[in-house]
Ligand binder design. Structure first.
Ligand SMILES: Cc1ncc(COP(=O)(O)O)c(C=O)c1O
Length: 464
């Protein structure tokens, strides 16, 4: 176990996270029983057996009804929903007087709520980083439709961090007396760069509302909303603790919700609606943002998941992920072909400073020709390694990483037949010779040294 000794020498704090090994044995035993090497935590977290057991117990021992009624079974469901809301706020140190929690289907659902109801206007502004998930990019369509200006702030290679020379002047351009929204991810789902949370207050001082996408950050880092008071914080719970899927939240400042105008009403969001009177009255938030019946049987599992994470503690989770990421980065960059050509090119920081536990990279043969990320995935599948390939729904980061330029994209999009539809294969032809995506390996809650070693060995096999 020479490698392990070296790892511990370089990352001694890993030793303090051994509780996680026990947890993995007892609660995530299926991973090793099935020989699965799970390296897609940014895609989705994994759940502990006890989360499912406790949830099942709640369902089989109690009777829950639709919380929109006020009968005993409705009240039982409502009580668990409200207690889950309170636990979410506590998890993010968000004062209930200042913040509320709106349950959604996922982070994208939370983002759409903001996009469709934010008061974008002519003269107003939507400012966002190149580095953003498509569900944040998609908000620009609402901004365009209402005539607001849309501005992207570039990111720079090699670290894929925001170009600070552009950020300051861009933040200075909030339109006075108008509504201005600034959106960025606390952690990139492409490069794992952690963008500074201090930007929130800087942006506030310059007249911006802030949308902080916490979907990729929240699983392995504590987010203190008492300190970093973003207006809108979307997230998906399955990314934090794996189960249940299908529930996310918009954690939002009550004051900022007052600015939003919902484009419609539905069951659950009103106090009164009239057909003959052609009138409706919205309920108070969060109800006014929760369309129809909440997933009331699964919401209790969110509280179970949050408590599970709290029982492990972010200090342990973060240190585990940091040390494994460091080892992965150190050893990937060292791998070179006999020709001297490096095996990988990593898009993002090469140290563990201000970054999370995902590593995005492309692999190259001994002549420096990129190896198609799809073939890497196929090979990894044969080794039972679950990783992710493509652009991870983050085209801005992808275009910068892969060197795909604006003129190149404009040419591609204006080719005959490309005005309405464009398949991924046709897009690949357009950017001939360049990679159209990358490989992403991400560690998380119960990753261990062996998982990372299996991947490094797999990478080694790609040499020469
Ligand atoms: C940073 C970030 N934002 C938003 C999302 C969207 O999450 P969901 O697909 O759960 O809506 C993701 C998902 O990968 C993400 O990583």
């Amino acid at each position: 176990m020479q490698d392990y000794a070296k790892f511990i020498q370089e990352y001694p704090t890993y030793d303090k996270t051994h509780d996680v090994d026990e947890l993995r044995d007892h609660e995530y035993g299926r991973l090793d029983r099935l020989g699965q090497v799970y390296l897609d935590y940014t895609g989705g977290g994994l759940y502990a057996d006890s989360q499912v057991r406790l949830h099942q117990q709640a369902l089989t021992e109690q009777v829950f009804g639709n919380p929109h009624s006020s009968n005993p079974t409705s009240l039982a469901a409502l009580q668990l929903i409200e207690s889950t809301r309170a636990t979410v706020l506590q998890f993010f140190n968000a004062d209930p007087a200042e913040y509320t929690v709106i349950f959604t289907q996922n982070a994208s659902g939370a983002l759409k709520l903001v996009g469709e109801s934010y008061p974008f206007e002519v003269g107003g502004h939507y400012l966002l980083t190149f580095d953003n998930h498509n569900s944040v990019n998609g908000i620009r369509e609402f901004a365009h439709a209402k005539g607001a200006q849309v501005t992207y702030i570039p990111i720079c290679l090699p670290e894929m961090r925001v170009d600070m020379d552009s950020l300051g002047p861009a933040l200075d351009r909030a339109a006075a007396g108008k509504n201005n929204l600034f959106a960025y991810p606390a952690q990139s789902n492409f490069s794992a760069v952690q963008h500074p949370l201090e930007w929130i207050e800087i942006a506030h001082a310059k007249g911006w509302d802030v949308l902080l996408d916490a979907a990729a950050f929240a699983p392995c880092n504590p987010l203190d909303l008492g300190k970093y008071k973003a207006e809108f914080v979307p997230l998906s719970f399955y990314k934090i603790f794996g189960y249940p899927t299908g529930i996310g939240a918009l954690v939002a400042r009550r004051e900022a919700l007052g600015k939003l105008h919902r484009p419609w009403f539905s069951g659950g969001t009103i106090t009164v609606a009239s057909v003959q009177g052609d009138k409706y009255y919205l309920a108070e938030a969060p109800a006014s943002f929760e369309d129809g019946t909440l997933d009331y049987l699964n919401i209790p599992a969110v509280e179970i998941g949050l408590k599970h994470i709290q029982s492990i503690g972010f200090e342990t989770i973060h240190e585990r992920v940091r040390t494994l990421t460091g080892w992965l980065l150190d050893n990937l960059v060292k791998k070179t072909h006999s020709s001297g050509v490096p095996l990988v090119r990593i898009y993002g920081p090469l140290t563990t400073l201000e970054r999370g536990g995902a590593v995005a990279a492309n692999f190259f043969d001994k002549n420096g020709k990129p190896i198609d990320h799809r073939s890497i995935e196929q090979d990894a599948n044969k080794h039972n390694i679950s990783l992710r390939t493509g652009c991870f729904c983050n085209p801005g980061a992808g275009e910068i990483a892969l060197g795909i330029s604006k003129p190149e994209l404009a040419t591609c999009f204006s080719l005959p037949g490309h005005d309405q539809r464009l398949s991924l294969d046709d897009f690949r032809l357009c950017i001939d010779g360049k990679s159209s995506g990358a490989v992403r390996v991400s560690v998380g809650l119960v990753s261990n040294f062996e998982d990372v070693q299996v991947f490094l060995k797999f990478a080694e096999e790609l040499l020469n």
